[in-house]
Design a protein around this ligand. Structure first.
Ligand code: SAM
Ligand code: SF4
Length: 326
């Protein structure tokens, strides 16, 4: 079991399969983003070995992310191998949905259980403006394909950015009236190369709730589950689905954190919003024994930072979100 010095049992690993992406969301990366050469990324066999190692340390929950995980070569066989790794009970993915039209069914068949799909607005023009390269229709088809394939329950992630989609939150929330989806609103966070946008256009959860309640009436706190991972869960009374709020800036959930991240280039990142990392890929390539790697990972987890310092203006600047794996 991997325990940190605050007694948290860390058993959830988010793996960035690649820093590459087929979109260029304004809150995530610049349009002329430079990506790492493939040789610097974990190769399939290295990835499988590390997954086995983490599973042996009690990690039972894996989320594949990026960058865009679906643009990684061999994504279906990768999912199959991870799903079949002894000890892995939960295997999910966060994706922009662009390629789900063709990949949802094979991914489900390979053992993927669920997907979180990013969709920041239902307005096609504003969707294009926010993602720069995205097509709303294509992503919507991807969501439908995911639902038909049984990658359920569908969770939708919307990062709210003032001036881009802050007026669209009520329409997104209304999706839950007819659909048993979880629509989650995310406070924008600042990262490496933090753009002015990330710092100045944040919309707080409190404001998002006010905007939604002004349109649909008072939300009720979900009776079934108060927290779902990092999301605080509410409902529109009578709705089939739920609304979640991920308030990393104004209401962090660090005390309940059970996660660690593996970056696309094989660094164990202990907190999304702290720079501390342990390089596991270089020692693996240098021939370190599995036992020594295990010790390195356990030591890294032990020193996982308590939480982030956004409230004090501390920003982790060594990487952008797509490299770490959101
Ligand atoms: N490409 C996939 C996607 O967009 O869903 C997975 C990777 S993306 C980095 C993971 C999540 O991080 C997405 O839901 C995205 O909206 C969110 N995200 C990206 N930049 C963010 C930021 N600056 N603040 C908060 N969330 C962000
Ligand atoms: Fe790509 Fe996801 Fe970042 Fe958008 S949020 S640019 S889809 S990695």
């Amino acid at each position: 079991m991997a325990i940190d010095r605050f007694g948290r049992n860390i058993h959830y690993l988010r793996i960035s399969l690649t820093d590459h992406c087929n979109l260029r969301c304004r809150y995530c990366m610049p349009e002329d983003m430079t990506f790492r050469p493939n040789a610097e990324l974990m190769q399939d066999e290295e990835l499988f070995l590390l997954v086995k190692l983490f599973a042996g340390l009690g990690f039972d929950k894996i989320r594949l992310t990026g960058g865009e995980p679906t643009v990684r070569a061999n994504i279906v066989p990768i999912v199959r191998t991870i799903a079949q790794t002894p000890g892995i009970r939960s295997l999910t993915m966060t994706t922009n949905g662009v390629l789900l039209g063709k990949l949802a069914a094979p991914l489900k068949e390979a053992g993927l259980q669920r997907v979180n799909i990013s969709l920041d607005t239902l307005n096609p023009d504003r969707f294009k403006k926010l993602t720069r390269w995205g097509s709303f229709d294509q992503v919507w088809q991807g969501i439908e394909a995911a639902e038909s394939a049984g990658l359920r329950p569908i969770k939708i992630n919307a990062v709210v950015v003032r001036g881009y989609n802050d007026t669209d939150v009520a329409d997104l929330a209304r999706l839950t009236l007819e659909r048993d989806w979880q629509v989650r609103f995310i406070e924008m966070m600042p990262f490496g190369g933090a753009t002015d946008l990330q710092k100045s256009n944040v919309v707080t959860t409190a404001e998002i709730i006010t905007r939604i309640e002004n349109a649909v009436g008072a939300l009720e706190q979900s009776k079934d589950v108060e927290m779902d991972g990092e999301a605080r869960i509410y409902k529109i009374p009578g709705a089939r689905g739920e609304i979640g709020f991920i308030s990393s800036v104004t209401l962090p959930f660090c005390a309940a954190c059970t996660r660690a991240r593996l970056t696309a280039d094989g660094k164990l990142r202990l907190c999304l919003l702290r720079e501390k990392e342990v390089d596991v890929l270089t020692p693996l390539r240098a021939g370190l024994s599995l036992e020594q790697l295990r010790e390195m990972i356990l030591d890294g987890i032990w020193h996982k930072p308590w939480g982030h310092g956004l409230a004090k203006g501390e920003i982790a600047t060594n990487r952008v979100m797509s490299e770490i794996g959101g």
